[in-house]
Design a protein around this ligand. Structure first.
Ligand SMILES: *Cc1c(COP(=O)(O)O)cnc(C)c1O
Length: 380
């Protein structure tokens, strides 16, 4: 059976076939060596292993799982999501032009603005879920178009196939941050994207104990991908072997976790939608969400684990609801097995986030328990 015939659950559970070839263990070992031996003839014992920056079999095993899940030609891991994003943006030439979705992950926006200013790169920020606005932004030539689908924390849904066409017409590559969808629910490369990125810190690892980022591409011979590979090797933004091993372990249950998290998130969103204490629920799985039909086309198996809720009564009411929650941990981040809640305005006060917005990351707990907790917090 070739990779292509295997479904995500099979690829993930088997860690894409990784085992310990030395001990015959079912689980691969962790390779910690930073350097590799040469033979008496001075030839490398293994040609693809010379030095630990960036050659490591444990990291390659995790990359192979991700490559197969993504349906990508090549995949590289980085020590955080931001390390992956910055490796990609560093491929943009000085004086170039980038089109970036507005209202996305704040850490990315902040770094991209600073980077573009320092490198004289023209930056156009645009609501990529608005096709007319995106068309206008892509009317001038560009090097890179960067979108986040669904976006964090607004849960906007951009049309990846349309964005790819507009980017290509502008001479740009399309890169998609698909962290909120994971490689299980959505395949941007199949829709025409050139590159896809995830913060593997989130649902890909899923256990809130590894920082990692991943980039995958459709064309491994392209100049941008080649520069990314060189950048990782030369600049040294590499994932440690222990983190890679934990990632491979965590990913064995990624499809299973996504099934449960999407089911829970859908149930939680439906409960919150129309609740007297709630003004609005931003979740692409709700029929009233402007991106619902598009998300249904672009995603398979659910709409993800991330949502935002506008609480009736403003900032104080939102903070009070968050404060009364007993099962949701009050913490930043998303995608773990445990549910989290965060008052985003406290973290990014100047980016237009409503003061009554709570972002929820729904975990794998029992949906009835989560709903009961939200009910007591909303009515409390
Ligand atoms: C968390 C996050 C990132 C950054 O990832 P890190 O692993 O924290 O560096 C990028 N994009 C999105 C959508 C995220 O949620």
């Amino acid at each position: 059976m070739s990779d292509r015939t295997l479904k995500p659950a099979t690829i993930a559970a088997r860690a894409a076939g990784a085992t310990d070839t030395e001990s015959a263990g079912v689980v691969p070992g962790i390779h910690l060596a930073t350097t590799y031996m040469r033979g008496s003839d001075n030839a490398l014992a293994r040609e693809d292993n010379q030095y630990g920056r960036d050659q490591n079999d444990t990291v390659r095993e995790a990359e192979e799982v991700l490559r197969q899940l993504e349906g990508a030609a090549a995949t590289r891991l980085f020590p955080s999501g931001m390390a992956a994003i910055t490796a990609l943006f560093r491929t943009v030439p000085n004086g170039g032009r980038v089109v970036v979705q507005s209202g996305i992950y704040w850490g990315a926006t902040a770094w991209i603005r600073d980077f573009c200013a320092r490198r004289a790169v023209e930056l156009t920020e645009v609501d990529a879920s608005d096709i007319e606005a995106l068309t206008a932004a892509c009317a001038t030539p560009a090097d890179l178009v960067w979108i986040e689908v669904p976006s964090n924390p607004w849960l906007k849904v951009a049309d990846i196939a349309v964005a790819a066409r507009l980017a290509h017409d502008a001479g740009a590559l399309l890169a998609v941050d698909a962290t909120a969808a994971t490689p299980v629910l959505m395949h941007p490369l199949e829709m025409g994207a050139d590159l896809v990125m995830h913060s593997a810190t989130k649902a890909i690892n899923g256990h809130t104990d590894v920082l990692a980022g991943v980039l995958s591409c459709a064309d491994p011979d392209g100049a941008t991908w080649q520069r990314i590979i060189t950048d990782r090797h030369d600049a040294g933004a590499i994932l440690g072997p222990f983190e890679a091993w934990l990632l491979t372990r965590g990913m064995r249950t990624l499809p299973l976790r996504m099934e449960r998290m999407c089911g829970n998130a859908q149930a939680v969103a439906e409960f919150l939608d129309g609740h007297a204490g709630v003004e609005a629920v931003l979740y692409p799985g709700l029929p009233g969400h402007p991106g619902n039909a598009l998300a249904a086309r672009q995603m398979q198996g659910g709409y993800g684990y991330l949502m935002s809720v506008l609480i009736r009564g403003g900032r104080a009411a939102a903070l009070a609801v968050a404060g009364r929650l007993q099962l949701f941990h009050r913490a930043t981040s998303l995608g773990g097995v445990e549910s989290l809640v965060e008052h985003r305005h406290s973290v990014e006060p100047d980016t237009g986030i409503p003061e009554n917005l709570l972002r929820l990351s729904v975990g794998i707990e029992d949906a009835e328990d989560l709903i009961a907790d939200l009910e007591q917090a909303l009515t409390g």
